[in-house]
Design a protein around this ligand. Structure first.
Ligand SMILES: Cc1ncc(COP(=O)(O)O)c(C=O)c1O
Length: 379
């Protein structure tokens, strides 16, 4: 008999909502960025290189020009030096980078600490590699990490801690103290850290993004995952990369070689040329901060409680003053009666914890945000 792997995994929430709203007028605020354009320069470069470079496979570690451009970008952003030869690998998006990193570190019976609510790809990737997710809940109201609780679950079986900052979907961001605590907890252990930093360029109110790379000791045991899809608003390209010490990266590259082998060549050329002259990330940041403020200004007269969103393009709303329905049911009712699709936060907890929270993406055009927020304000 075939033993099905991941037999308890169904469709993810974004697919469920997309299928429900198909061919309706419902505004889907669960989906990311369908109406924010990407740079003309980048798409023109993609077209150019699709014509010129489509018949080549690139190097399994990624096109060297792109790895070099990323190394320079990291140097400009963080003042840190990573070798394009040994410490940077190009991937088919952050999801693949995450799977490859997990499969490089995790074997049967290993424990992996994850913080909930958690992005939906982590648990299946851990379980399909025989690992056991160990859950630590982020703490309300700002969804910070309780490092004492983390310390309590660490033991000799702990192989990996997965962190995500800025955090999807709560908008929480790490500060200096979080980095210090993570360093302290992992110091003297064999634990690897996988840090999902796909929203590194979207941090609000002049705050800084604290990468695990910023601490020398942490950087040595960590791999940081980035997404060109999120950063340049080309999620459909499924392009990303990971950065880590040579020791960590050599492990990852063994799996990369057979999981994906090589990544889309023309798009790597396009991204290399685009990155080469430096990118002004502040503009993206400002654009999303304005959108957050725009939509929240309309929502401030609603009965929802608006939670702080300090980064990413996600906003959470607490509805406990409006209803005691389950979040999945309330989200469904809002969709049917008010024509706006939001995601229920309980789907990002393994045991469906319901704190009466709904969330949405504000990576949308202002007309769409305005229309949706005015509908939500009627509830
Ligand atoms: C936290 C987080 N990690 C990973 C990803 C996946 O990125 P990619 O589309 O590059 O696979 C996303 C996409 O939204 C995300 O929000």
């Amino acid at each position: 008999m075939i033993k099905a792997k991941l037999s308890n995994i169904g469709k993810d929430i974004y697919t469920v909502i997309s299928e429900l709203v198909q061919d309706t007028n419902i505004i889907n605020l669960a989906k990311i960025s369908p109406d924010i354009p990407c740079s003309d320069k980048l798409t023109e470069l993609a077209i150019k290189y699709i014509k010129e470079k489509s018949v080549e496979y690139s190097h399994p570690d990624g096109l060297l020009e792109l790895r070099e451009a990323i190394a320079e970008d990291i140097e400009r952003k963080h003042g840190l030096n990573f070798s394009p030869l040994n410490e940077i690998t190009i991937t088919a998006g952050a999801t693949q980078a995450m799977y490859t990193a997990i499969s490089s570190f995790v074997s049967e019976g290993d424990e992996v600490v994850i913080f909930e609510p958690a992005f939906n790809s982590y648990i299946p990737a851990i379980e399909s590699n025989g690992g056991r997710p160990v859950f630590v809940q982020r703490k309300l109201p700002d969804y910070h990490i309780d490092w004492e609780a983390v310390q309590k679950v660490i033991n000799t079986r702990t192989k990996v801690i997965i962190v995500n900052t800025p955090h999807n979907p709560t908008g929480a961001v790490f500060n200096e103290e979080d980095i210090a605590q993570l360093r302290k907890i992992t110091n003297g252990t064999k634990i690897n850290v996988i840090s999902d930093e796909v929203f590194e360029h979207i941090v609000f109110e002049g705050q800084k993004h604290y990468s695990v790379l910023s601490n020398q000791q942490l950087a040595e045991r960590s791999v940081v995952i980035s997404s060109f899809g999120i950063t340049f608003n080309v999620p459909g390209w499924k392009m990303g990369y990971c950065v880590g010490s040579e020791k960590v990266m050599s492990q990852i590259r063994k799996n990369q070689l057979f999981q994906v082998n090589t990544v889309n060549t023309p798009l790597q050329y396009a991204l290399a040329e685009y990155l080469k002259d430096g990118v002004n990330y502040t503009l993206t940041n400002k654009q999303f901060e304005q959108k957050r403020d725009f939509v929240n200004h309309i929502l401030k007269d609603s009965r929802f409680e608006i939670l702080p969103s300090k980064g990413t393009f996600y906003q959470l709303l607490n509805y406990s003053k409006i209803s005691d329905e389950k979040d999945t049911e309330f989200a469904r009712r809002i969709m049917d009666d008010y024509g706006v699709a939001l995601f229920p936060l309980s789907v990002f907890y393994h045991d469906s914890i319901d704190n009466k929270m709904l969330g949405f993406s504000f990576a949308r055009a202002e007309e769409v945000l305005s229309k949706a927020a005015k509908q939500l304000a009627k509830i």
